[in-house]
Write a protein that binds this ligand. Structure first.
Ligand code: SF4
Length: 506
């Protein structure tokens, strides 16, 4: 335990921007990201909620992450427990514990963390002296039901819209039951113990979600710098929220509707502040190159003697000027979501990017010296035929040829990395009612793609696991609590949990 505490102290010592406050007279919130430190600190929600809560004089917020596997074993051997990072206090010392959850597969880490915190995982088993345990984030926003037995309260939508009310409730004099009933009166909040359940809640949750109207009102950016964090070499700035493209399979428009952009002036001003700490900016958004002021923003960042990196790029937004700016910012590789091999299937997904546009984008990037492309495709899509799988190989080969013929001499390695992920229908999307094709079909798709691409030079193939996809499907779509599944997964692993779950379903 002592070793774990020392480790946590060491982590905070290496950070810049962490807030260590006296607890006296303040409401205390433990902000939990249910995955390891590096991943959690790469997530802007953690920075933003942490900063907003600590901006209040009457609130103190500290963080907790899933300990690494080694630390977990060590804690299990001793009598350790879940501690906050900043002051190494036990989770049970806080007035409220707030989980921010972006990805459904992180639900698997909730029970192990509550067990470390020495708290019962079912809300109904936790007494009046236990902190109020709440959740929010993109995953519970599109469907709060899978974790409904665990949390006292689930916030649907964006935290900025709850900020003042949330702080007023936790800083009030109420006991746990009063805090929960105050939260229950707030618009958009889901309180599972009120007894509502079933499919209706899924649709209702997404449609009643609360969202921030104007991104410029809150500066969503890195608040704590750490070299140990994912993207820790960058100052991250949220440039866009949501996406106007509305691809039928994608959860981004569902969780973050309507699409919003931060103004160029605000982005540049945030970059100026971040430049004291980092010389590289991470621009977070679904389609950064289509920001109406992208060129001005990129040039302003270069003028600060800094570079930038967009979190996501669309092939049809690439032109010579933008490719040059990306190259000047040090990019040698770019990721493109192609999604489906054939134009027919791409059209059916609502991702209407013709082959010619993709080849054109690859050629333009190659001419600018960006010769490593990471291409993302999905398999198991609604309406998918065997020829669509072969079309993945065909379009990948055309892209490789385009890069080869347009790359300037001496521009370094040309590599096409291809990642294939199973399609997972998500609540709130236009494909919500489409089936998940199952592990057998996914494996046969993988075999077909491997045999058509495995011998191609300059291409590397990566396949996401069919079992992980199955787990994500179950955890995204369940119309009732998944506590039993999560408990089985925590005790015996996800494979066993899936087996028992399938038997249960018959
Ligand atoms: S797949 Fe990309 S472009 Fe399509 S809606 Fe999602 S974020 Fe937008």
């Amino acid at each position: 335990v002592w070793k774990f505490k020392e480790k946590l102290k060491g982590v905070v010592t290496k950070e810049t921007g962490a807030v260590v406050k006296d607890f006296g007279g303040k409401a205390s919130v433990l902000l939990v990201y249910p995955n390891e430190y590096a991943i959690g600190m790469g997530n802007l929600a953690v920075h933003s909620i942490y900063g907003m809560l600590n901006d209040r004089e009457d609130v103190v917020c500290e963080r907790a992450f899933l300990p690494s596997r080694g630390d977990l074993n060590e804690i299990a051997r001793g009598d350790g427990e879940l501690l906050s990072l900043e002051s190494q206090r036990p989770a049970s010392d806080f007035d409220a514990i707030a989980f921010t959850i972006s990805f459904e597969n992180d639900y698997l880490n909730i029970l192990p963390m509550l067990s470390l915190a020495k708290m019962p995982s079912l809300a109904r088993d936790r007494g009046a002296s236990s902190p109020v345990i709440v959740a929010g984030g993109a995953a519970p926003t599109i469907n709060p039901l899978p974790i409904s037995e665990i949390f006292d309260v689930i916030f649907i939508g964006e935290f900025e819209e709850y900020y003042d009310e949330f702080c007023n409730v936790i800083t009030g004099a109420g006991d746990k039951a009063e805090i929960i009933s105050e939260f229950a009166r707030m618009e958009g909040v889901f309180v599972p113990r009120e007894g509502r359940g079933g499919r209706a809640v899924v649709g209702e949750a997404v449609s009643k979600r609360r969202f921030l109207k104007n991104l410029d009102e809150f500066r969503t950016q890195t608040r704590i710098y750490s070299d140990a964090a994912e993207f820790g070499d960058m100052h991250l700035i949220e440039a866009q929220r949501g996406c106007p493209r509305m691809c039928k399979f994608c959860a981004t428009p569902a969780a973050y509707f309507p699409p919003r952009q931060r103004s160029g002036d605000a982005i540049v001003e945030m970059a100026r502040g971040g430049r004291h700490y980092r010389a590289r900016f991470g621009l977070i958004g679904a389609d950064i190159l289509s920001h109406p002021e992208f060129v001005e923003i990129a040039e302003a960042m270069h003028a600060m003697d800094a570079t930038f990196s967009p979190s996501s790029v669309r092939a049809d937004a690439i032109d010579e000027v933008k490719a040059r700016l990306l190259a000047e910012s040090g990019h040698r590789s770019i990721s493109l979501g192609i999604e489906a091999g054939s134009e027919r299937l791409r059209d059916a997904l609502g991702k209407r990017t013709p082959d010619a546009k993709i080849i054109d984008a690859a050629s333009t990037l190659a001419r600018a010296g960006i010769t490593r492309l990471r291409l993302y495709f999905m398999i198991g899509l609604p309406g998918e035929r065997d020829e669509d799988l072969l079309a993945i190989a065909a379009v990948a080969k055309k892209i490789e040829a385009a890069v080869r013929s347009h790359a300037p001499k001496g521009s370094g390695n040309r590599i096409i990395d291809i990642t294939i992920s199973p399609f997972i229908p998500k609540p709130g999307t236009q494909f919500a009612k489409e089936p998940f094709v199952g592990e057998a079909r996914i494996k046969s798709c993988v075999r077909a793609i491997k045999s058509s691409l495995i011998h191609e030079r300059g291409m590397r193939l990566h396949f996401d696991s069919a079992m992980d996809a199955r787990v994500e499907y179950e955890l995204s779509n369940a119309a009732s609590g998944m506590h039993e599944f999560l408990a089985e997964a925590a005790a015996h692993g996800v494979k066993m949990a899936l087996g028992s779950y399938k038997n249960l379903e018959g």
